[in-house]
Design a protein around this ligand. Structure first.
Ligand SMILES: *[C@@H]1O[C@H](CO)[C@@H](O)[C@H](O)[C@H]1NC(C)=O
Ligand SMILES: *[C@@H]1O[C@H](CO)[C@@H](O)[C@H](O)[C@H]1NC(C)=O
Ligand SMILES: *[C@@H]1O[C@H](CO)[C@@H](O)[C@H](O)[C@H]1NC(C)=O
Ligand SMILES: *[C@@H]1O[C@H](CO)[C@@H](O)[C@H](O)[C@H]1NC(C)=O
Ligand SMILES: *[C@@H]1O[C@H](CO)[C@@H](O)[C@H](O)[C@H]1NC(C)=O
Ligand SMILES: *[C@@H]1O[C@H](CO)[C@@H](O)[C@H](O)[C@H]1NC(C)=O
Ligand SMILES: *[C@@H]1O[C@H](CO)[C@@H](O)[C@H](O)[C@H]1NC(C)=O
Ligand SMILES: *[C@@H]1O[C@H](CO)[C@@H](O)[C@H](O)[C@H]1NC(C)=O
Ligand SMILES: *[C@@H]1O[C@H](CO)[C@@H](O)[C@H](O)[C@H]1NC(C)=O
Ligand SMILES: *[C@@H]1O[C@H](CO)[C@@H](O)[C@H](O)[C@H]1NC(C)=O
Ligand SMILES: *[C@@H]1O[C@H](CO)[C@@H](O)[C@H](O)[C@H]1NC(C)=O
Ligand SMILES: *[C@@H]1O[C@H](CO)[C@@H](O)[C@H](O)[C@H]1NC(C)=O
Length: 834
């Protein structure tokens, strides 16, 4: 503690010496009849900002008068204000004078280049002061004559406390205008400003074309900047948006006061706005808070009119709103138009969830009202095409004409209701066709059930019942279709279904069945030479079919509690899970007591063969490692969220991540466990924990409680292992008594995260990506499952450029992991209906 203090003290002294030695500072204030020339600066009292001449390239001698951060050079691109951005001066011949009549003038060789135009008679004592906020204030006594925060506009950087917007009465406005490029601060192509609309918002323009739209203010943030809203507590910034009859402005303030951080937002020459913060107690590194536009869907109206833009991680998807069809203009996609013209009497609306509502240029604010009232208002107006209720600000909003610049968010955004064209006559025609059809279907259905019940009695086989689906020994037609029973009446295929109108069946693909002879031939009669490995479920062999296709053959051990038919049904379900990052089930073979499944063959075996092995490890550079992490995350997201069955893996570990010839990771063993657990429902969370030590979440290990979040924990451990090249379970034995999680956390806390890295990665990596990854992994291994992100969030974190700000706690689970090798070999799975 004392050492730390001493260190800090020395640091401060060093900084002070550095500062004093560096420049001829003249305090923070200039009085009447004084001037500032090249080499002299004003410094704010807290040594945060300085005002002076600078140049951006050394050769030309072209210079500017501006304000920048004391601890950074103007060349580092962080000039916050420039008096003469449009016209450089020769710094050797320039001077910045506060005249006796209170005018602030920038001279170049006695020529006025820039001035505040604040000449006045009868001044007492005009003073120019540079404040710690970065504001440059010209006062006479206590009357403000001019200040850089208000009276100069078009800076490319916005600082906390600066009102960004316009005052209607005085016609003064403040916008952000980009530089031309990093060495030319004159006005570039991009402008960021508040639009003076009845429903104002922030827009970045490229010339006169809209480039990005913030979406609407919802009381605490702009919907288009989800990061701002979602980081409410931990975000160092506090945002204010005001729009009334006198003025409209957007302002950033420091959340905590006195403030330990610096914040800025810069509109770069390429149209990107980045918000940064600097921890003043920490190192010299600015951290990115957000970057806008954040993704492709953020580009204004990317998909064209009446279309919704959705980011699908790999590509953008453009979809027409309900009732609209694609149109092209001049051979190019232009968006969508209504299939049928809107009819005044139609009062049907389709709901579009989680969107940035369309451009409000054609919209009208209607004030606070309920969703129903807003709907009625829109229904009553023939030309109203959509409505939305935005809580916290504008209330009900209605739109006319085309809907532009719509995009979706994962779980933020508002709901938009789009009017549908309704055709009352058509509806009746449909009813006339549909009712007899439905009746016919029900009749068929009844016959089907009778036949099925007969067969059921004749056989002893049990139907598979999906958990979480309404139970019931159904006797009526309705019940049958609701309870989704799948029965078994065929023996020669892995897929056993009946075709009597039960909808579940159609969702089961056909899984090919192989006979035992074929498999024996393919694997040299299960020879040891073909053995690839041995796992919890049995032995895996490499095989080659007659057509040359390589396969992996998993001969399951015989302790399954399921009968053969149930087994087959499970497999058919599992075969439905198909994703680029999951190992594919190719077929099965069930003869006598043998249960064999045939899987895709993976050339590069499993991840554990690479990450702990020092020689192979160097094959995985940062890019590859990141791809593997992202791949596993996507596979897991699919299992958790996007698959027909929502699956908890329960035994995620590097040896269950296989790599194909392109090193694309594929999760394996994700569906087989259920076969071993049989019908014992696993949802009550009381089953004994089965999995592998080192990867099991604390609540699972200690109390047998598992959830999607226990997989997230395992994923976090895997990521840390991929980055460090070390095994969590054996880590503590060689490195002090911390496990890998605690060690990583400790390094993180001390700002030494990069030391987690495996030697092989350290050659070249983007620091920000790496830190983001480590931070994400540490979030995943939080003790409390509620503090862990969902896989959806993980995938988003991996895809975004934002700095994560959620607080981290130290993972505590410790000693249990160091108790040697007592991993159980089994694992399990849960399948729940959607
Ligand atoms: C600016 O002020 C300095 C002294 O403060 C003075 O010498 C110089 O002449 C002034 N420049 C102009 C153009 O008035
Ligand atoms: C200008 O010169 C300084 C040192 O003299 C150097 O550090 C800096 O990189 C140069 N900047 C440019 C833009 O050349
Ligand atoms: C900047 O200077 C250029 C020419 O030097 C001029 O065309 C332009 O209007 C100026 N812009 C502003 C904002 O003064
Ligand atoms: C300028 O005037 C304002 C308003 O009266 C006062 O709050 C501020 O302290 C003054 N600043 C300086 C530098 O005198
Ligand atoms: C503000 O600008 C508008 C249009 O640009 C003009 O009509 C109005 O008179 C101006 N108001 C003042 C106070 O300058
Ligand atoms: C801000 O800039 C615009 C365009 O360059 C200009 O028309 C306006 O007068 C400026 N406002 C102030 C307060 O300087
Ligand atoms: C910036 O733009 C100026 C012209 O406006 C050009 O001369 C210069 O080379 C550019 N610099 C860079 C780094 O692109
Ligand atoms: C900005 O506008 C210019 C001129 O209209 C265009 O050439 C350029 O492609 C635009 N940039 C972007 C990023 O859309
Ligand atoms: C707008 O300005 C007028 C006149 O200065 C003032 O009376 C009114 O309260 C202001 N409105 C708001 C919302 O600040
Ligand atoms: C945010 O700023 C507003 C006004 O600028 C202030 O009223 C509010 O208390 C601030 N909130 C926090 C959490 O600092
Ligand atoms: C725009 O420029 C900034 C600063 O140079 C950079 O960090 C950012 O990645 C660029 N954005 C795009 C989309 O090129
Ligand atoms: C409309 O166009 C989009 C984007 O090209 C495409 O994804 C979609 O399938 C098309 N929809 C129809 C109905 O053709």
């Amino acid at each position: 503690m004392q050492q730390l203090f001493l260190f800090r003290f020395l640091e401060i002294v060093a900084v002070m010496l550095f500062v004093v030695g560096q420049s001829s500072s003249s305090g923070d204030t200039m009085i009447q009849d004084t001037s500032l020339v090249n080499g002299q600066t004003l410094r704010s009292t807290g040594e945060l900002f300085q005002l002076g001449f600078f140049s951006l390239d050394n050769s030309s001698g072209k210079g500017y008068l501006g304000i920048w951060y004391c601890n950074f050079t103007p060349q580092e691109g962080i000039v916050v204000w420039i008096a003469n951005r449009n016209k450089s001066v020769n710094t050797a011949m320039a001077s910045f004078n506060l005249t006796s009549d209170g005018n602030l003038i920038l001279f170049e060789d006695d020529q006025t280049v820039w001035s505040t135009g604040t000449r006045s008679t009868g001044l007492n004592s005009a003073r120019l002061q540079l404040l710690d906020s970065g504001n440059l204030v010209l006062n006479d006594s206590n009357l403000i004559l001019w200040q850089s925060f208000e009276h100069s506009n078009d800076s490319s950087t916005q600082l906390p406390g600066m009102k960004f917007g316009f005052v209607k009465r005085t016609n003064t406005s403040r916008r952000q205008v980009s530089w031309k490029n990093s060495t030319d601060p004159s006005p570039g192509d991009y402008t960021h400003m508040i639009r003076a609309l009845p429903i104002p918002d922030l827009v970045i323009f490229n010339g006169s074309a809209k480039y990005h739209r913030s979406g609407l203010w919802n009381g605490y943030g702009f919907v288009g900047y989800p990061s701002i809203a979602s980081n409410q507590v931990t975000n160092p910034a506090n945002y204010t948006f005001v729009s009334n009859e006198n003025e409209s402005y957007f302002m950033v303030n420091y959340r905590a006061s006195p403030t330990p951080v610096l914040i800025r937002s810069t509109l770069w020459a390429n149209g990107t706005i980045q918000r940064w913060f600097l921890d003043r107690g920490g190192n010299r590194e600015w951290q990115l808070l957000s970057s806008i536009p954040a993704d492709e869907c953020d580009m204004y109206n990317l998909c064209g009119r009446n279309r919704v833009c959705t980011n699908k991680y790999v590509a953008v998807e453009c979809q027409c709103l309900d009732g609209f069809v694609n149109i092209t203009e001049n051979g190019r996609e232009a968006g969508c138009e209504r299939e049928k013209p809107l009819n005044c009497s139609s009062n049907q609306f389709s709901k579009v969830q989680n969107v940035k509502v369309p451009d409000t240029e054609n919209a009208t604010p209607r004030g606070n009202m309920s969703l129903d009232d807003c709907k009625n208002l829109c229904s009553d107006n023939c030309s109203c095409v959509a409505y939305a209720v935005i809580s916290g600000s504008y209330g009900c909003i209605t739109w006319l004409g085309d809907l532009l610049d719509l995009r979706t968010f994962v779980d933020e955004g508002d709901d938009l209701y789009v009017r549908l064209a309704e055709s009352s006559t058509k509806k009746h025609v449909w009813a006339a066709i549909a009712i007899p059809l439905l009746l016919g279907f029900f009749l068929l259905c009844c016959v089907g059930v009778l036949v099925w019940r007969k067969r059921k009695r004749a056989s002893t086989r049990l139907p598979l019942q999906l958990p979480n689906v309404k139970e019931g020994n159904s006797t009526t037609c309705d019940d049958v279709s609701e309870s989704r029973l799948v029965s078994i009446d065929s023996e020669d295929s892995c897929l056993h279904n009946n075709d009597k109108g039960v909808d579940m069946i159609n969702t089961l693909g056909l899984l090919p069945s192989y006979n035992l002879e074929t498999i024996k031939t393919a694997t040299n009669d299960f020879s040891d030479g073909n053995k690839l490995g041995e796992g919890g479920f049995g032995v895996v062999y490499m095989g080659q079919l007659e057509d040359g296709q390589k396969i992996a053959v998993k001969k399951l051990s015989r302790n399954s509690s399921q009968g053969p038919n149930q087994f087959q049904n499970e497999l058919s379900l599992i075969a439905k899970l198909q994703h680029r990052n999951l190992v594919r089930l190719l077929g099965c073979c069930i003869e006598d007591t043998e249960r064999i499944i045939i899987l895709e063959y993976m050339e590069n075996k499993s991840l554990d063969a690479f990450i702990y092995d020092k020689t192979k490890c160097s094959l995985l550079n940062w890019q590859k490692r990141l791809e593997i992490i992202v791949g596993i995350a996507r596979g897991l997201l699919y299992l958790h969220q996007d698959s027909v069955l929502r699956v908890i893996h329960r035994d995620l570990k590097p040896s269950n991540i296989l790599l194909d010839k392109d090193m694309i990771p594929k999760i394996s063993d994700f569906g087989i466990a259920r076969i071993f657990e049989g019908d014992r429902a696993l949802e009550d969370g009381t089953t004994r924990p089965i999995g592998t030590f080192g990867y099991m979440a604390p609540e699972y290990l200690l109390y047998g409680q598992f959830s999607f979040k226990s997989d997230v924990f395992s994923f976090g451990v895997i990521v840390l292992e991929i980055l460090s090249g070390k095994k969590n379970r054996t880590f503590g034995q060689t490195n002090s008594n911390l496990n890998l999680l605690q060690h990583s956390y400790k390094l993180w806390k001390e700002g030494r995260s990069l030391e987690i890295l495996n030697d092989a990665v350290s050659c070249s990596y983007p620091t920000i990506e790496l830190l983001r990854c480590i931070r994400m992994a540490l979030l995943c291994v939080q003790d409390n499952h509620e503090e862990r992100p969902t896989m959806t969030e993980v995938v988003m974190m991996l895809a975004s450029d934002e700095q994560l700000l959620t607080p981290l706690k130290q993972p505590t689970i410790t000693s249990i992991y160091s108790e040697g090798d007592c991993s159980t070999k089994e694992m399990s799975i849960t399948i729940t209906g959607r």
